[in-house]
Design a protein around this ligand. Structure first.
Ligand code: FE2
Length: 130
């Protein structure tokens, strides 16, 4: 079900997908996590998914304002989660994961990053599982 969350960053997941970095607001640039992963992977084989924050624009990282966790999903299937403390500059996390035969086909890798002041932000990358 689609929620209407206008002007409420803590309602649902914030997503600037479809926008190029040039078109993003500063808020979107600071919070959208960026995924690096292979375009194509084999079911059952491990591959690396790197999720980075602060790529388009730096985000603060102090106890009053920071990214508290990062999660990754293959479509809606959870693949991993890390908890973060504000002691690393622009957190980036590399997950080593695998997909199963049930995931064969074109899929969406999704990263969610939670900012304690600005809510959950999503970045995505298309990936093919064969
Ligand atoms: Fe923030």
């Amino acid at each position: 079900m689609e929620m209407s969350c206008e002007n409420d960053l803590f309602c649902g997941v914030n997503n600037a997908s479809g926008k190029s970095p040039d078109e993003m607001t500063d808020l979107e640039k600071k919070h959208t996590p960026v995924i690096e992963a292979p375009d194509k992977v084999k079911a059952g084989e491990y591959f690396e998914v790197k999720v980075s924050t602060g790529v388009y624009m730096a985000h603060p990282n102090e106890y009053g304002h920071y990214f508290g966790w990062i999660e990754i999903y293959l479509d809606d299937t959870p693949l991993g989660r890390v908890e973060l403390q504000p002691v690393m500059s622009s957190p980036s996390v590399t997950f080593k994961v695998s997909a199963t035969h049930s995931h064969e086909g074109k899929r969406r890798l999704r990263a969610l990053a939670f900012c304690n002041l600005h809510g959950v932000w999503e970045g995505e990358k298309e990936i093919e599982v064969e």
